[in-house]
Design a protein around this ligand. Structure first.
Ligand code: GLN
Length: 292
């Protein structure tokens, strides 16, 4: 009976087997443009993927560009919520999923993973006057713990702390909620956590709570594509290029965050401008940048 299930129905059935935190609305499978290979990601995760203007850039994008080059194709990048990345890949919306995705046993049942390209883990992000220690992680039990939706940080809160996390759509928005007093502590992957506390002297990160590895995910049953991915990653690693990419994009993500920080007063001033027309009597000419 199972063997007669049409492929599309099978894909839908597999997608619906996703765990609750990875459920997503059914994505339409569309073929890539000719000569293109698509990477699906979630671009709030510096230095792996972040936005520079309209463009999504970062370590994962560089690795996927190398894969595209090996295949003689150009890379197209699609940005979705993190908990939609794997379901969208399974549904055929992209050929590669690269989003700082940790290899887990659950995910291995749904997708195939390349060789890992980063060894990393998750940390607490905390206010220095209310520190959280990786050695005494159980002290976070009963506290409001903010995480990004669908991540291994969310799994950690459920499995190790035995409670439901507070969900956010990015490490940065979980951190903003902590600053606003809405959560007590945040858990996130160490690299985006470092990016988030940059320029925030009252906050710090703990030692690692877990050891995890990132890899690129593809739909199951594509041994040739998997071999290409592994060759590209192994070559980048052996030649030292992988380390160069990591250093380069870590520096670029830091520069982008610093530029954003510097632009904040101007943005705030714009927000304070409430009039539609500089000729209005009530218009705050300085805040609105009106000519004097
Ligand atoms: N590495 C974490 C995970 O795979 C978080 C990834 C992310 O938020 N982009 O769950």
């Amino acid at each position: 009976m199972k063997h007669t299930l049409p492929l599309a129905a099978l894909a839908a059935a597999v997608a619906s087997l996703s765990f609750a935190d990875e459920a997503a609305p059914a994505a339409e499978a569309v073929a890539p443009a000719p000569g293109t290979i698509r990477m699906i990601t979630e671009a709030t995760f510096p230095p792996y993927e972040f936005r520079q203007g309209k463009e999504v850039v970062g370590i994962d994008v560089e690795i996927c560009k190398a894969v595209a080059k090996e295949l003689g194709k150009t890379l197209a990048v699609e940005d979705v919520e993190f908990d939609s990345v794997i379901p969208s890949l399974i549904a055929g919306k992209a050929e590669l999923a690269a989003a700082g995705i940790t290899v887990t046993e659950d995910r291995k049942m749904k997708v195939d993973f390349s060789h890992p390209y980063v060894r990393t883990g998750i940390v607490f992000i905390f206010a220095k006057d209310k520190p959280f220690d990786a050695e005494k992680a159980e002290e976070a039990k009963g506290k409001r713990v903010g995480v990004q939706n669908g991540t291994t940080s969310a799994d950690y809160v459920r499995e190790k702390l035995g409670q439901e996390p507070e969900m956010f759509d990015s490490p940065a928005s979980a951190f903003a909620a902590m600053k606003a007093g809405k959560v007590d502590v945040v858990i996130a992957d160490i690299d985006p956590a470092k990016a988030v506390i940059k320029g925030e002297p009252d906050y710090d990160i703990s030692e690692l709570l877990t050891v995890e590895e990132y890899a690129i995910a593809i739909k199951k049953g594509q041994p040739e594509l998997l071999a290409v991915l592994n060759k590209v990653i192994d070559d980048l690693d052996a030649s030292g290029k992988l380390d160069e990419i990591k250093d380069e994009w870590t520096a670029k993500a830091e520069a982008a965050a610093a530029a954003e920080e510097a632009a904040k007063p101007a943005e705030e001033a714009k927000a304070a401008c409430a009039c539609a027309d500089c000729k209005d009597e009530s218009c705050d000419k300085a805040a609105c940048g009106c000519a004097k």
